[in-house]
Design a protein around this ligand. Sequence first.
Ligand code: C2E
Ligand code: CA
Ligand code: CA
Ligand code: CA
Length: 278
Amino acid sequence: AKSRGRNGYQFYAPDMDGEGVLRLRMEALLRRAIERGEIFLHYQPQVDIESGRLIGVEALVRWTNPELGSVSPVRFIPMAEETGFINQIGEWVLLEACRQMGRWDEAGLVVPKMAVNLSVRQVERGAMAPQVARVLAETSLAPHRLQLEVTESVIMNTGDALAFVHELHAMGVGLAIDDFGTGYSSLAYLKQLPVDVLKIDRSFIKDIALDSDDEAIAIAIIQLGKSMHLSVIAEGVETEEQAAFLLRHGCTRAQGYLYGRPVAPGELLQEWGQDERR
Ligand code: C2E
Ligand code: CA
Ligand code: CA
Ligand code: CA
């Protein structure tokens, strides 16, 4: 069968629908994206709710390709994970994010912490701790200014995760559990790990004031963080009402459109460089 891809090219692929063709094309383009300079990072502020101060940023990867336009990481990260290419992307992201801290330092903006997402594939491969050490050495970034974000499933389903997490801790690098509450970590297991931060998933934040179940979950996570001496940050905070709710229940840190979207490094400098309290 002849099908016409979204990009306008003709394909002859009897057993592939348009989506399959686009996927293959995308995979091929993704493999060359780094060398072609199509991959870059945006940074989203994390703030202290009460003071409005910048406490850190999260690095979020972006891909813009001449043929495909801008492709969401929700789309290309899983693809990169399947093909294993996530290891190259992840290594590039880590190095670039740590380098960026040096550039901001020089420009007079002190961003206290850089949070970088790690994929399960990167941790599985078992070479992550030396990679982190190498990047820190190369960029002269103080280890406590780096925080790695992993989801619960990375911790729970990766054989080597335990060793990795302890190595990170020994280096002084922070560890955040991303999308907390959406997986099923055993609390008994979590308790043994040198975790520093729980990130409350956006799905529990978005219906605050609308859904009392979500409110109860958010409160439970905040309490859990307190009793385990972890800091808790809420992701996806979009309204003053959500921020007030969090503060009322003892969560003092947030990230979300209310405080700023992910932006290019220059824009972050403009926004936060003069007066970090805006
Ligand atoms: P995540 O780690 O949970 O990142 C938070 C996502 O929520 C980001 O989407 C961010 O732009 C979005 N977000 C932040 N605040 C708000 C808000 O107030 N409202 C709404 N609606 N959304 C908000 P993004 O940048 O599209 O990234 C999506 C996911 O892709 C990330 O989810 C993460 O799982 C993955 N990802 C992004 N960058 C990387 C990376 O460098 N490495 C890896 N392994 N995964 C990455
Ligand atoms: Ca994250
Ligand atoms: Ca998250
Ligand atoms: Ca999330």
